[in-house]
Each structure stands twice: as C-alpha cells, then as structure tokens.
Write a protein that binds this ligand. Structure first.
Ligand SMILES: [Zn+2]
Length: 883
C-alpha cells in the first residue's frame, strides 16, 4: 500500500516549523463517484525570519496529478520532485501562488480515508492524514488556513453538498447540475476539513447560545433513519448548554451539522461545524438501541462537540501531541456524562475500561507514553493510552488544582493559544502559571510509559494510637523504556473503623482532625504518612475515586474487603473491593482446578453478594456494577502464565455457585425490578434495567432461568431487555436460543446496526465450536469484510472477547485471524492493524500457544505488500520476543 514507507520511524525530536504561511485555500470539487476532479489555488508566503528561497513541500497520496502551476506558469516534471508522499518545488519565490488539479477515485477507495463512498453519498475522513488523498497540500496540523470550498455535481444524484463553515452561495448549472460554495472563517488544519455530497434527509433544531447567537442544528441521515435522531439531537443541545455552564465556552458559528454513515473507521470526527459520525453513535430508538448505546451516543456527541474548543480552536502542533486534544476532550466528555447520568457509575465504567484495555496495552509491545516519541504509522497511536490514560492525567490536574484552579488554567490556555497549534507543554504551562504552582515533575506523566505500581503497607500502634501508612512507587520497565522515574501520584484515601464508620483524619503535624477523605501527594519513590488519634487498627480505603492510573497493592483480608464493600463512602472503593474479592476467589479456584483439586465457593464472597443483593438504599446501577464479575481477559492479566480454560471454568463455577446459593434473593430482586412498566429513558429507569439484567445473568445458571428469560424476551418493549434475554439464551446453550436468534434476524435483517449486535452475540459465545460459527456467519448476506462495523462485530469480537474460542489449543483461531488480517490489509490497513493488535499479548500464554501465535505473526510479517500500519504492529509484537 505504501511502498518504501513501511517501518520508517518518525521522531518527535525532529519537528521543524513549516517555513510558509498559507493565506487561503480555494478548493473546487467536480464531484462524481468514479472520478472526482479537485482543483486548488493557494498562496504561500514565506514566514518572517525564514531564509529566502525555501522549498515548498506538499503531501499527497494516490493522486493523479493533472496540472501544477506556480505564479501563473505551468510546471513540468523537471520543475518539481515527487518522492513517495511528498512533492517538492525547490527554491520557490517568497510569495508563491500555486494551482493544482488532480483526479481521485472515491468509489474504489476501500481504506475509508480521504474521499470515499458510503451507500448513496460521498464523504471525507481526513484525520490524521487523509487530506493527502484528496489533493497536494502541507498535510500537517500546524499549517492552518481558511478554506473556501466550491462543489459542483449532478443535482439528482447529489442534492446535498456540504462542507465546513457557512454556505455563501449556490446556483444552477446546465445539464441538471448545481454548485454550492462554503466558507469557514476560522483557520484550520487539513485534518478538520470535511465534505459530504449525496442524497440525505435531515432533522433540524435550534440552540440559542448564552450571548444570543441562534445556531441551526442539523443531523443528516439516510431517509429510513429519520425517526432515530431524537436522542442525538437532545444530546447535542445538552452538550452545548453544559459547555457554557461548566467551561464557559460557547459555540462560534451559525450552523452545526452532523452526518451519520455506516462506513467509518472510527467512532466520529469533529470536523469544524460538519461532524461525521459512525451511525452507531447517532441512531437510536428504544427498540433498536440498548441503554449502553444511548449513553454512548450522548458521550460521543458531547466529545465531538467539545472538540470545537479543545482541538479545533486550539489544535496540536504535530501528531505526537494528539493527547493534547484527545486526553482533554475525553476528560470533558466523561465529566459531561457524569453530570448527565450518575457520576459514580460513570467513574466505575471508565476505570473498568482503562484497566482492561489500557493497562495491558501499556504492558505490551505497543507500550508508549501518552505523548509518544516515535511512530511509524500515526493511525496506530489512536490508542487507549493516548485517549483514556491521557484523560486520567487531565483528571489528576483537576484533582490537584481543584475545579476552580483547573478552570483558571483552562481560561489562560485559551487566552494564550486560541487559533494556534500547540503542545502538551503549553497546556501544562497554562495550568502551572494560572495557579502559581510548579508542575515540572508532574510533566513526567507525558513522557513515561508503563503502569506505575503503588505498594501500600501500614502499621498501627495501639499505645500511641498512631497509624502509619507507607507508600512506595515503582514503574516496571516497558518495551520502549527501560528506566523509570518517580511520578507525582495524587493518592486520595480514608480510614474506616471495623464497624464501617469513617474516621476524621489528622496527620502528625496538624493541630486538629479534618474530614474523612484526604488527598496525599506521593512525589518520591517512597513516602510515609502518620495519622494520630486513631482509636483502633483501621481499614484503609485507598485510591478513592481512582485518583491516579496506577495499580495498587495492599494485602487486604477478605474481612477488610467486606467492610469496604458494605460501608465505604466512595463508590469506586466499594466496587473495587468487590472486584478484588471476586478476582481472588476466581483465581484461587483456577489454581485448584489446574492441580486437579475440587473448586469451592468462598463464604465471604457469598456473604458480600448477599449484602449487595439486599441493599435497597444504594443506586441499582452501582449494585449492578459491583456484581459484574471481572471479565476473563482482565483475570488473565493477573496471571503469570494465562490459563485460558482454567479461568473460564473457574469463573463459571463461581458465578453459577453464587446463582444457585442466592437464587431466592436474585429472583426476588429481579421480580421487584421487572415491573412491567412501559419503557422509559431516564437514568433511573436505566439503572433499574441494569440491575435487573445482571440478576437475570445469574439466574440463567439456575433451574428457573430459561422460563424467566423467555418471559422477558416475550414481554420486552426495548432492545436492552431483549438483547440481554437472547444473550442469556445463547450463553446458557438453551434449545430456545436458535429460535430467538432467527426471529431477531428476520425482524432486523435490513437494519445494519442491529445486525451488528446479532453477529456480536454469536461471535462471543465461548467454546471450541466458535470458529465454525464465525466462519459460517462471514457468509451471511448482512456481513461485509469491507464494512468496519461488521468486521469489529464479528471478527473483532471473536478475537478480543471470546478467549476460549480465539485461543483454542489447536491454533485454529490464530490461523483464521491471521488470514483476516492479511485479507483486510489489502482493503483497509487501519482496520487490519486494529485487528492485528489482538495478538499483542501473545507472550503471556503457554509455550504451545506462544509457538502457534508466533508462527502466525511471522506469516503476516512475510505477506506481500504489507501496509506500514500492520507491519508496525506485527514487528513490534515480534520484537518483544527479545529482538
Ligand atoms: Zn476526539
């Protein structure tokens, strides 16, 4: 795909300022599916202080160059040099007007970068480097300019023609054609450019900003989806209001467009005033989308909207700084969701995701700091580390500076940098200067990879009534970095009595006791804290609200965990204690199973579950989270050598043991929650459904399970309940499962998004017959290897969420998956690379599996014309085998 570029690393330290300012970019598109002509006119002005006679360097990829002229004269092949993806015009005059004309082929663009076809319309995806597939231009985020975009096309085929900014003019052309011109007054980098052309329907609403600007809001979808946009529109309005109230940030144009497509590599894209979304994050109706989908839509709509300031108005200097916009914007969308829904539940879900995806990434062959120092293919660095860990680092600023200090820093950041392309150092400086604090050591979080470990030990002296807490930090070496430094780790904690009461806290050098939650800041490798006037040996409540992205080690007894589960004031700590206890118990049974010993159900876990199930005061969504067992992949991460089948058997044993011992309580709670009321979308109703369906997931392991699930399926009026029921039947291997799946298929066969769920629940079903089923499903008419959502739902779910299927001992899952990676690489390297990363944890399996995976990695590495995307992932994985 990218001959000559594979494996060529780009380094952060090599950054050089682009010597030219680009005055304005005039783009003219003559649009057709098979072949679109793009003409540009742009003015290059040498920056002040640059030496005269600089080269003009442009980026382009897969473009058919028709003409190129400089200051009015046509250039011939001798006047410029094309080398790979760059075009260089040597020694250009200090003021140079450049005109280009190229042809591109949208309909045959299967990589979904640049201009491509989706259903009945054409659209663009430019982040990170898709603009170079549209025309020759300096395709880098620090080159910002204003855009004037004129599109002409056949009116019947392309009635809607959209781009960024405001529509300035339009008109008719002979032969049933028409044209439209858009102008965006805000200078922007190429990655925020967007264009949409085709036959789309729209829903419209309005939002009046705090200063009185009337903004037209439009969501464009294919006409059959018009009745599924209400939630997305409401989420957008909520996000606009929230950003004014919480961050004092207003929208800055008169129009805001969202376009939904079924063919998209990512979740959504924040192009200035013309967001393009994977339809998964727009379309929802109670009968087609689950509560998780509704919450996902709210979060992603918010995320892309919030980028208008954190990303678009202030953008990144280069792609190494990606976390500057992504970490910050994920933090903002997490806060938005927390304010809209339940703060505690949102926090737990964020932590679960970070621990099960980012921690393994940071411990594997792709380990990198949130601001990487090198990459081969930037698309491979849209990672959980850059996004989710990046967001927790922004959250640590917030924890250390408080809401008002944090907002002071944000204000200074915008005052200094509005309209600029900047770095994480600039963000840190704004936070430090606005608060008059030194954050230099805190800045290490940007350059150090790996998950720090904090080891906690304690000592209580009953004579002096003193309690000493010792914290030691240690970050294990990672593939990319051998030595690690001490980090600044905010450590929020409390102390409980053995009756579960929270103690007021007083440190040795303080004159009186303060509140029961204390923020300690660990800055050295080891620090000690002595609390005085502690009446008894307390139970430490550690890392409240998950105050840093670290692994915490403290030798909790089950009795201590039980106290935290029942009484702690912090929802995260309660949840974490429940997870720790379940994890201990499951891993112990896994160990017993491997030695041929009988497994047993632990009485303290049983007691904790009994307490949780009987808790009528707490938020049902929190109780649901506490009872969801750690998943198999997370458990696998806790083992030295992963015992794939042992984990599966032990987890299943514990879950069904709890279900059978506590059947009455589960059934009683289920019956209370299963109130038969019509569907409601409120957070309270979602919380009740969450707990109800967790209860059902346990009851599926009991005698009464099947009839209860069937009854739920028959009476359900929403996708959350229906899907939970069908999944239950599939997982329990019920004879009813086949019928339920085929009814679901008949009802939704025309609906791409709902069919994704149908594929996913079958791909997820554990056991050795998984692969045969996945192979069959690939032949289904609704499946397409060209569609990223389908690939993720079937192939991605099999490889990443079905450990017993993917890791089948004969290696069949690995061979199948390697075939898919190679096949996908010829179509869509970005998606192929995502799929290839399923092999990243290969070193953690037994010798026989390691050998099998390594052979597949080598087979992929040897494939013809491998893209830079996939070869970076595969070579890193192989290199982690000791060079
Ligand atoms: Zn983003």
């Amino acid at each position: 795909m990218k001959e000559g570029l594979a494996n060529k690393s780009i380094y952060r330290k090599d950054y050089k300022v682009y010597p030219w300012d680009v005055g304005q970019l005039d783009l003219h598109f003559d649009i057709a599916r098979e072949s679109t002509t793009v003409r540009t006119e742009m003015e290059f002005q040498l920056k002040d202080g640059e030496q005269a006679k600089q080269d003009i360097v442009l980026n382009g990829s897969e473009l058919q160059l028709e003409s190129l002229s400089l200051n009015g004269s046509e250039l011939s092949g001798d006047d410029y040099v094309i080398d790979g993806e760059t075009l260089t015009i040597p020694d250009a005059p200090a003021k140079s007007v450049l005109k280009t004309e190229v042809r591109i082929q949208p309909a045959s663009n299967s990589a979904l970068e640049g201009l491509y076809l989706s259903g009945a319309f054409l659209l663009t995806q430019c982040e990170a480097q898709g603009f170079r597939k549209i025309t020759w231009f300096p395709d880098r985020p620090d080159v910002m300019t204003t855009y004037r975009v004129t599109m002409e096309a056949d009116r019947a085929e392309f009635p809607i023609l959209l781009s960024n900014g405001n529509q300035e003019a339009s008109g008719e052309l002979p032969g049933g054609r028409h044209w439209v011109r858009w102008e965006d007054p805000f200078p922007k980098p190429t990655y925020l450019f967007a264009l949409v052309a085709g036959d789309l329907a729209l829903v419209e609403d309005h939002f009046t900003t705090r200063s009185g600007r009337d903004v037209v809001l439009r969501i464009y979808v294919e006409s059959e989806n018009l009745d599924r946009c209400e939630h997305a529109m409401q989420s957008l309005i909520n996000a606009m209001r929230w950003d004014e109230e919480r961050f004092n940030l207003e929208y800055d144009l008169d129009i805001y467009h969202i376009v939904a497509t079924n063919d998209f590599n990512m979740g959504a894209m924040e192009n200035k005033s013309l967001n393009i979304f994977n339809s998964k994050y727009v379309l929802a109706r109670p009968d087609t989308a689950t509560d998780a989908d509704f919450q996902g839509i709210e979060g992603v709509i918010g995320h892309e909207y919030f980028h208008n300031w954190t990303g678009n108005r202030v953008t990144c200097r280069d792609w190494f700084e990606l976390t500057l916009k992504e970490g910050l914007t994920v933090f903002r969308d997490e806060e938005f969701s927390a304010d809209m829904q339940s703060r505690a539940v949102k926090r737990i879900r964020v932590v679960r995701d970070l621990r099960s995806r980012q921690f393994p990434e940071d411990d594997g062959p792709m380990s990198h700091p949130i601001r990487p120092d090198r990459y081969v293919e930037i698309n491979n660095f849209y990672t959980s580390t850059v996004y989710q860990k990046g967001a927790t680092i922004i959250r640590m600023y917030h924890t250390l500076l408080g809401e008002s200090g944090f907002q002071k820093g944000m204000k200074l950041y915008f005052d200094r940098h509005d309209g600029q392309a900047v770095t994480c150092d600039d963000f840190l400086a704004a936070m430090a200067d606005a608060n008059g604090v030194d954050l230099e050591r805190f800045g290490r979080w940007y350059s150090q990879s790996g998950t720090p470990q904090v080891h906690v030990s304690d000592y209580y002296d009953s004579a002096s009534r003193k309690y000493k807490l010792t914290l030691k930090q240690h970050t294990p070496a990672t593939h990319d970095q051998k030595t690690k430094q001490a980090l600044v780790i905010p450590f929020t904690c409390g102390l409980l009595t053995n009756n579960g009461e929270e103690l007021p806290l007083q440190l040795e050098d303080e004159t009186e006791a303060g509140p029961g939650t204390r923020l300690l800041v660990l800055e050295e490798m080891q620090q000690e804290y002595t609390f005085v006037n502690v009446p008894e040996a307390p139970v430490p409540s550690l890392f409240r609200d998950f105050s840093a992205p670290v692994k915490v080690f403290y030798d909790y007894s089950h009795a201590q965990l039980a106290i935290l589960i029942a009484f702690d004031s912090d929802a995260y700590v309660r949840w974490d204690a429940a997870q720790r206890m379940a994890q201990d118990v499951i891993l112990e049974q896994c160990h017993r199973h491997s030695k041929g010993q009988e497994m047993r159900l632990d009485p303290s876990l049983l007691k904790a579950f009994r307490g949780t199930l009987s808790d009528r005061a707490a938020d049902p969504a929190l109780l649901a989270e506490a009872m969801i067992m750690p998943d198999e992949d997370y458990l696998a991460e806790q083992m030295e050598v992963v015992d794939v089948d042992g984990i599966h058997v032990a987890r299943k044993f514990i879950k069904s043991g709890l279900a059978n011992e506590l059947e009455e309580l589960f059934a009683e709670r289920y019956a209370d929650l299963n109130d038969g009321l019509p569907y409601q979308k409120s957070p309270e109703a979602m919380a009740r459904r969450a707990l109800k369906n967790v209860c059902m997931s346990y009851l599926q392991d009991t005698q009464a399970g099947e009839s209860l699930i069937t009854a739920q399926l028959e009476s359900s009026d929403n996708m959350t309940d229906s899907l939970a029921a069908i999944k239950g039947l599939v997982l329990m291997d019920s004879p009813m499962a086949g019928k339920a799946l085929s009814q679901f298929e008949t009802r939704w066969s025309e609906d791409a998004l709902v069919m994704d769920k149908w594929f996913a629940m079958q791909a997820m079903k554990p056991g050795c017959d998984s692969l045969g089923r996945v192979r069959e499903l690939m032949k289904h008419p609704a499946f397409s290897i060209q569609n990223p959502n389908k690939v993720r739902s079937l192939i991605g779910v099999f490889a990443m969420l079905n450990p017993t299927g993917f890791h089948a001992a004969d290696g069949s899952g690995y061979a199948f998956h390697a075939d898919r990676v190679i096949e996908l690489d010829g179509l869509n390297p970005q998606i192929a690379a995502r799929m290839a990363s399923a092999f990243n944890r290969w070193k953690r399996y037994d010798e026989s599996r390691k050998k099998l995976i390594k052979a597949q990695l080598q087979r992929i590495a040897a494939a013809d014309n491998l893209s830079g995307d996939v070869s970076e992932i595969i070579n890193n994985a192989l290199r982690s085998d000791g060079e």
